[in-house]
Design a protein around this ligand. Sequence first.
Ligand code: TXA
Ligand code: MG
Length: 330
Amino acid sequence: MNVGLKTQILASGGAAVAAAARILAQGGLVAFPTETVYGLGADAGNADAVARLYEAKGRPAFNPLIAHVGDRADAERIARFDATARALAQAFWPGPLTLVLPKAAGAAVSDLATAGLDTVAIRVPAHPLARDILRALGRPVVAPSANLSGHVSPTTAAHVQADLDGRIDLIVDGGAVAVGVESTIVGCFETPMLLRPGGLPREAIERVLGCQLAQPPADADHDTSKPLAPGMLSSHYAPRTRVRLDAARIEPGEALLAFGAAIPEGAERASAVMNLSPRGDVTEAATHLFGYLRALDAKAARTIAVMPIPHEGLGEAINDRLRRAAVGRE
Ligand code: TXA
Ligand code: MG
């Protein structure tokens, strides 16, 4: 790793893509934009690089990572697809959908990256820079969100720099991301299961499947010995400031994370106000969620009070991240 040295930042373009592929091939760590959030990439098949990635994030090593590939043919080299998986890949790749599938024998994904599981999480990102880097490297890249473990995911290169400067080799700056929350994760088990709500709404997936997605057992979040999506620790997304949900009235000294045109009682007393979407659009709200949480967290308010967000479309993913942010850590 690059500890102590300043991390190089390159604006998007051919030189940045070439540098990213070269550094990844040499076992280095590169942050790059995807359409959902910025990812911190390492060569999936290089266990030393993956170990450095866990170290750079300060991430517990039992969290398996998502392997990013350039297209469906590359995906079929590392996992076994059934008809359901093919239908979902056909409908939604490239895009914000991750599929958990049985890992193929000889897959170029180290056991460390999959935390010893016999399944592998895969996605084909839609961001042109991510795809160019994957194509230039020609191998799967594991990439968790490019933040320190426990922090909210980065949606700009500046967020990545704030968390990981000096800990990784390169940040490729592609501007603000389009979606703003992480990919939706579907476990392609006997009954397809929604392991994590995310940037692709559940409704779109269920339309293609022609049936409802199964829900993980209610205690799956807490049982880290037998995890379904083991990274989904309840407090995964927590900012430092306490978060209060479904706020209908604002107390003095609270910061307000608003949604829609209605102003809650006491809003004039808020120490800071940011509105996820004044016109009440959940897709727009998703693009602002992590950036606004970071900004309000920096205000040292007593509490971040969050107005209710409708539970439809990307609202399910937003409410999932907010619920985790509100759990708080010891
Ligand atoms: O949008 C995204 O998915 C971003 C961008 C960078 O692609 N990546 C991301 O990665 O959110 P990360 O590491 O923060 O989250 C990966 C999630 C974790 O909850 C992990 O437990 C789950 O994927 N996961 C990975 N492999 C799994 C597997 N074999 N079975 C079940 N869950 C798995
Ligand atoms: Mg993450």
